[in-house]
Design a protein around this ligand. Structure first.
Ligand SMILES: *Cc1c(COP(=O)(O)O)cnc(C)c1O
Length: 416
């Protein structure tokens, strides 16, 4: 195997010495490949973010719910945030216990709430209406509330989840009504949480948002925890030298705020964060086969078998994924620009536009990097294409199949 432009995978020994052509012939194409060491090291960074000792990072499992990965994350000492009964189920299946989970739903049904109550999972409520419903279902119980601190951040308008233009959270002006509902149903407010958005590369808005959530916290006396949200970004443009989020500086600033709050609140309450992407994104690449190259109307296309059903981020958020190419022979330096497209019958099925890449040929393997978060979990069978297998490169370099690829039977299983 020749890596034509694989700086990242070479530097990290991403494939653990395995030949990608062997992986593809063994597990099928396309294929999500995960690296255990990278996953573990991201968990450790979050675990050691601050010196404040009552600090528990929760992995927001919606980013990737493969239970084999969840087991690793749990081994590293992270708790988990879940968004739905399905995620509660998967977290429990992977070995998490109810007290390690935090349910943060949005506009859910009574049945969803009952599922969480029956499984003893602490639930965060996102509106006064839902607080009333929760009170009716679980009077005398414990509850958390998601507040909207009025500051948002993120890489795309679809992922900014606080501020004036989103559906999320309860505004601070509703605190009196919140208190009234808590009293009516004899609920104890054990925690409050926020999540301002996804993929910030500059810690400033995150740190700034803490003032308002901590001001809100001071209105309540029985809090056991405050959850500050996720959204920690990763550098998707590594090939252009994009810098990493400065975790050290973020951690130091955060630490100061946490110690100061504990001193003024009079109790070392627990602080939580809820990163999703930061934990898993960089641990995975999706590999596909280059199936055709051609020119149409002056645009040079690289066609491959990774459709937007396998990796939705480019079409959903205009996201960039770095691309690596592997071939069986050495080939000349970069050229292009190329537009990289998949095999779905829609002209929007574009993975990357105007990329300078090595000259690809049919039979090469193409990899979209940093695909571990919001990759497989958003995949569908659109065009009745199978969702890919997932394989883990373990710390000793051996490979472990952690999900089989779909089969024809999967396409028909629920049609009775
Ligand atoms: C999606 C989500 C997260 C995780 O976001 P990342 O950007 O992946 O870190 C955390 N908390 C809540 C409430 C979310 O909805």
């Amino acid at each position: 195997m020749h890596t034509l432009n694989g700086i990242f995978t070479q530097q990290t020994n991403f494939y653990g010495g395995n030949d990608v052509f062997d992986l593809m012939s063994q597990y099928g194409s396309p294929l999500y490949v995960y690296n255990e060491d990278i996953l573990r090291s991201r968990c450790k960074e979050m675990k050691n973010l601050v010196t404040y000792d009552n600090f528990v990072p929760h992995y927001s499992i919606k980013a990737n719910t493969n239970i084999h990965l969840l087991k690793i994350v749990r081994e590293e000492g992270l708790h988990a945030d879940v968004m739905s009964p399905g995620e509660i189920f998967l977290a429990l299946e992977s070995g998490y216990t109810a007290d390690e989970l935090f349910f943060i739903p949005n506009n859910v049904t009574k049945e969803d709430m009952i599922y969480a109550i029956e499984h003893n999972v602490t639930t965060s409520i996102d509106s006064l209406d839902q607080l009333k419903l929760y009170g009716e279902l679980n009077p005398g119980g414990k509850v958390a509330i998601r507040f909207n601190p009025g500051v948002g951040a993120g890489h795309h308008e679809k992922v900014v989840t606080a501020g004036k233009k989103t559906k999320f959270g309860v505004g601070p002006e509703s605190i009196p009504e919140v208190k009234k509902l808590l009293e009516t149903y004899n609920l104890t407010l054990v925690g409050i949480n926020q999540h301002i958005g996804s993929l910030f590369m500059d810690p400033t808005p995150y740190i700034q948002s803490l003032d308002s959530i901590l001001d809100i916290a001071r209105h309540f006396d029985d809090l056991e925890f405050v959850d500050l949200g996720g959204g920690f970004g990763i550098p998707y443009h590594k090939q252009d030298g994009e810098a990493r989020l400065d975790i050290k500086s973020l951690g130091e600033k955060l630490d100061e705020v946490l110690h100061a709050f504990a001193a003024s609140y009079g109790k070392k309450i627990q602080f939580q964060i809820e990163p999703g992407r930061y934990i898993v994104a960089e641990s995975s690449a999706i590999l596909g086969a280059v199936t055709a190259t051609k020119s149409n109307g002056g645009t040079k296309y690289i066609g491959c078998d990774i459709g937007f059903n396998q990796l939705q981020r480019p079409i959903m958020y205009d996201s960039h994924h770095d691309i690596e190419l592997y071939s069986t022979e050495e080939r000349a330096a970069v050229s292009g620009p190329f537009t990289v497209v998949g095999n779905i019958c829609e002209s929007g099925d574009i993975l990357a536009k105007d990329r300078i890449l090595p000259e690809a040929q049919t039979g090469d393997i193409i990899a979209l990097m940093d695909a571990g978060a919001y990759g497989y979990c958003m995949a569908s069978c659109y065009n009745q294409r199978f969702r890919p297998a997932e394989v883990l490169i373990t710390s000793d370099g051996s490979t472990k199949l952690i999900r089989k690829r779909d089969t024809f039977e999967d396409l028909i299983r629920n049609m009775i």
